[in-house]
Design a protein around this ligand. Structure first.
Ligand code: FAD
Length: 501
């Protein structure tokens, strides 16, 4: 449909998704469009979402946020990866560290040389001895520039989601975004096309636009309540549908990584911020009850709880079309997967990048919409597979929940990847894959999927040469991590936060 050029963009919702959209569109569209954001303090935001992945650094840099200022404003800390405890089996843990583990030699990925040397008894059993990120995480170190010219680490952040939205709001408003406080009570649609013409607020104000960004949270005010887009339900693979969340007092200096413990019918996160620790217990109500789940969380806090725990419920899956007519849904309005790999906020970022690449400046060409939805569907499915892998590849059968996860049927796309790795050790990332080979290898190995063979190309390198190379790379990783200041020193050097403590 030809609506003419986009002169008015209306964002519904002022959570992380809404304010990320506002800040990015203000930067990208400049003065070519008026951007208005409607939010309702009375309804509020979901208020969780504290762990990110490294791509967020690019988002912040693109919109012009200074990293130190961002860390101060959001009480942020550094995240170098996620430690998964008791997932493969009780008493076992591994790190999904950001950044590379080892280096590719020629065209053969590092893990093949490691597998080969390990089989000969010539390599450390600990695959993460070749990850500077993992070594720095374990020893509580972080700095942006290692000494001696070594490669920098790869990092993301833990932050207070409410403070991030506030920081983004100030940034976006300073760049011309108009904020309207009010509750949307009606959606005005063209009776023929179904296109949204305006949202109507409780006090009667009509906010008109050509393009609407639905960031209204789980309910999907425009994409679902108005446009009836439909939802693909993935609870068969990922039956988690609830989470208790509670902040606690920091019991120790913040570590530069997230921790995720497998529990009887779910898992628990611990996310260290500067001013508090974020905790949550994600669980499946089909396998445990909410009171037990609450108790599990409270029994496993490190410091004293700072509030009453809050229960959040959700349906894992995705909106059948994230872009429908002139509405693009982002954030929780477009779908949700449990925060095991901290992907939700990234999905807002990638949705925005996609929207810019396919921007409907010459009208709502169905080809643009179809391509947006195809890419979104693939990205979601790939992340879903990656998350399902953490449950499927396990030795645990000690609770009915874990036994059911181990025995479950998995998507063919995941089964194919697991088989290709378990046999010849091959792994490839696919189009729209957020997690590349390095991430897949770490989680596959960490969850106990060890390939039966290494790549035959390793035989073209003499054992002594390969062993020397491996030992040199381990030395570089250890030297990189060892040269860095402590995370606590890094945070102290940031200066004090503008927020009252
Ligand atoms: P919300 O925060 O719910 O915001 C919705 C907005 O819409 C609000 O401003 C509300 O006022 C407004 N609104 C709704 N209805 C109306 C109306 N009628 N009129 C006017 N305004 C309206 N993500 C990560 O990346 N990392 C994590 O570690 C992580 N952890 C999570 C843990 C849990 C338990 C959950 C549930 C989510 C987690 N997420 C995480 C996801 C993350 O919180 C969200 O993706 C992110 O906060 C974006 O939320 P949102 O802005 O889409 O929705």
């Amino acid at each position: 449909m030809d609506t003419g050029p986009i002169r008015n963009v209306v964002i519904v919702g002022g959570g992380t998704a809404g304010w990320m959209s506002a800040a990015l569109l203000a930067k990208a569209l400049g003065s070519s469009a008026r951007i208005r954001l409607v939010e309702s303090e009375e309804i509020g935001t979901v208020g969780v979402g504290e762990a990110s992945i490294p791509q967020l650094r690019h988002f912040n840099a693109f919109i012009g946020l200074d990293e130190d200022a961002f860390l101060r404003a959001t009480e942020g800390t550094i995240k170098l990866g996620i430690e998964f405890i008791d997932w493969f089996k009780r008493g076992h843990s591994y790190m999904h560290a950001f950044g590379p583990v080892g280096r590719t030699l020629g065209t053969t990925p590092f893990h093949h040389y490691w597998l080969d040397a390990r089989r000969r008894g010539a390599a450390d059993e600990d695959f993460w001895a070749w990850s500077a990120n993992a070594l720095a995480a374990r020893t509580g170190r972080f700095g942006r520039a290692p000494s001696g010219g070594d490669e920098p680490l790869t990092w993301a952040f833990h932050f207070d989601a409410v403070l991030y939205a506030r920081h983004l709001r100030a940034h976006a408003e300073a760049r011309g975004v108009e904020r309207l406080e009010g509750r949307v009570v009606e959606i005005d649609q063209d009776p023929d096309s179904g296109f949204v013409r305006a949202v109507v607020l409780k006090d009667g104000r009509r906010v008109q636009g050509e393009l609407f960004i639905d960031c209204s949270g789980f309910r999907g005010l425009l994409i679902e309540e108005a446009l009836k887009t439909g939802y693909e339900d993935w609870r068969g693979w990922l039956p988690m549908d609830s989470a208790w969340a509670v902040p606690s007092r920091d019991a120790a200096a913040p570590v530069p990584y997230t921790r995720a413990w497998a529990r009887e019918a779910g898992w628990q996160w611990r996310i260290p911020l500067q001013h508090r620790t974020g905790n949550g217990h994600v669980f499946s109500s089909a396998w445990t009850d909410k009171d037990t789940a609450r108790q599990v969380l409270m029994d496993n806090l490190e410091g004293e709880a700072l509030a009453e725990p809050r229960l959040l419920t959700f349906v894992t899956g995705r909106r059948k079309q994230a872009w429908n007519r002139n509405v693009v849904a982002l954030g929780l309005a477009s779908g949700f997967m449990e925060p095991l790999e901290s992907t939700s906020i990234h999905l807002v970022q990638s949705g925005l990048a996609r929207l810019l690449a396919l921007f409907p400046d010459t009208g709502f060409d169905p080809a643009l919409t179809a391509e947006f939805n195809r890419q979104t569907a693939e990205e979601y499915a790939n992340i879903r597979d990656f998350i399902v892998l953490h449950y499927k590849a396990t030795e645990r059968e000690d609770t009915p929940f874990w036994a059911s996860r181990k025995a479950m049927e998995i998507p063919d796309s995941l089964a194919a990847r697991m088989a290709l790795f378990a046999g010849p050790g091959r792994i490839f990332s696919r189009e729209e894959d957020l997690f590349k080979e390095g991430s897949w290898v770490q989680v596959l190995l960490g969850q106990g999927v060890v390939p039966a063979a290494s790549h035959p190309m390793t035989a073209t390198v003499a054992d002594a040469q390969a062993d020397g190379w491996l030992s040199n790379l381990a030395h570089i990783a250890a030297r990189t991590a060892g040269s860095l200041p402590t995370h606590a020193d890094f945070l102290a050097a940031l200066g004090s936060s503008p927020n009252a403590r």
